[in-house]
Design a protein around this ligand. Structure first.
Ligand code: FEO
Length: 402
């Protein structure tokens, strides 16, 4: 495996091929925990790995240099997938000082016993000279946690971007020109939707900071390193930061005895206009991870549920709860669903869509027990309206497709 980013700058992380669940995020292609070693007059380790893999990280370092040569451990982010291995790593590196920002120290001290560690606190703009190279720190609050920080190496035009620009993608290749770009972008989009989407405003501000840097390579803490396609991932993030709508309608539903499914199919039929991508998603045949990813750039979403115990179906509630946390913006919405002797499903969906602050095109479409031909026609018409609204909302593309 080629792990060399630049002369004396190497990836020393861990590839977790088998993990399929990352605190609820379905990781269909596994995960990597990226750590990097910058060897210079003083050697610095950039980030660590999840606790169970700390020994492998240390073995990777030892393959390149003595553990005693590491003088600094930079902690860009205190979340345990990167800082869980810190106690073992700090114990094994006799001459290492931890470098992090103030908020990171506070967070780390809640997770670990840091009393024996030498800690150097840094803030945005501070630099640390390693000899030929300099580390410059840039605090990036809420991308992904309050204490998140980038480390930039100006001499190499190299940015260690922690979670930002990451993907959950286990591969034996480390660079973007060694893997299929479509797969990498798909995983980057999934990662953004499920991790970064709530922080769009902070993401936009951070992208402005990144634009000020001379940049040839972006090395995130997850997935593959951007060295040939950095402009593409920067452009994608500019679009994702505002959930820039595409001419796309999702019809997401759960159903008890197929009535809501019939309504969903009728809405989907109406929404299938030329120039619009209409997708039909049965919640229990999909996943929270997939649905959030599809919602990110959809202009319009029809969401349906049958009524169960005067409420929506439980998996429909799970999806809407998840979306309320992720806060997707710039959507038109429509609620629909069926009921029997007790009402509540479609009304509960409508309430959730309103809480998301989506533009609701009308009151919920409802069917008692079975949708009549009239109700199904109402669904088709609402689907058409959603698709037309999606086309209006999606910005026109220029000749390059942007
Ligand atoms: Fe990969 Fe926010 O941790």
């Amino acid at each position: 495996m080629n792990t060399t980013l630049r002369k004396d700058i190497d990836w020393v992380g861990y590839v977790d091929w088998t993990v399929r669940d990352f605190h609820g995020y379905q990781t269909q292609r596994g995960v990597t925990y990226n750590a990097y070693l910058v060897r210079d007059q003083a050697t610095a380790l950039i980030d660590t790995v999840k606790a169970p893999f700390a020994d492998q990280l240390l073995a990777n370092i030892e393959a390149l240099t003595e553990l005693a040569a590491v003088r600094y451990v930079i902690c860009n982010h205190a979340e345990l997938d990167h800082a869980g291995g810190l106690p073992g790593v700090m114990k094994a590196l006799p001459n290492a000082k931890l470098v992090c920002d103030q908020k990171c120290q506070a967070t780390l001290s809640k997770h670990h016993d840091v009393s024996g560690w030498q800690i150097q606190i840094v803030a945005s703009g501070d630099t640390l000279s390693l000899g030929k190279r300099t580390l410059r720190f840039i605090e990036t609050p809420m991308v992904h946690w309050p204490e998140s920080m980038f480390t930039y190496v100006p001499e190499e035009q190299l940015l260690f971007s922690m979670d930002f620009f990451g993907q959950h993608y286990a591969t034996s290749q480390r660079f973007d020109d060694e893997v299929p770009l479509g797969t990498m972008m798909e995983e980057a989009k999934t990662y953004y939707a499920n991790i970064m989407m709530p922080y769009g405003e902070r993401v936009a501000a951070t992208l402005e900071q990144v634009a000020q840097l001379d940049l040839e390579m972006i090395a995130p803490s997850h997935g593959v390193i951007w060295r040939s396609h950095a402009p593409a991932i920067l452009e994608a993030h500019r679009n994702w930061a505002t959930c820039r709508p595409q001419p796309k309608v999702l019809v997401i539903y759960d159903t008890m005895w197929e009535s809501t499914a019939q309504m969903a199919r009728a809405i989907h039929e109406g929404a299938s206009l030329p120039g619009v991508a209409a997708e039909l998603i049965h919640i229990r045949s999909s996943s929270l991870t997939r649905i959030a990813t599809e919602v990110l750039d959809a202009a319009a979403v029809a969401f349906g549920s049958s009524t169960l115990n005067r409420n929506m179906m439980p998996m429909a509630a799970a999806v809407l709860t998840y979306l309320q946390g992720l806060r997707p913006i710039n959507k038109a919405g429509l609620a629909f669903g069926s009921y029997g002797w007790g009402k509540g499903g479609p009304e509960a969906v409508q309430e959730c869509l309103a809480a998301l602050k989506w533009e609701l095109l009308r009151e919920p479409i409802k069917a008692q027990y079975r949708p009549t031909p009239e109700v199904l026609e109402e669904c088709r018409q609402a689907g058409r309206r959603l698709a037309e609204r999606a086309k209006e909302m999606a910005p026109r593309r220029d000749a390059s497709g942007n």
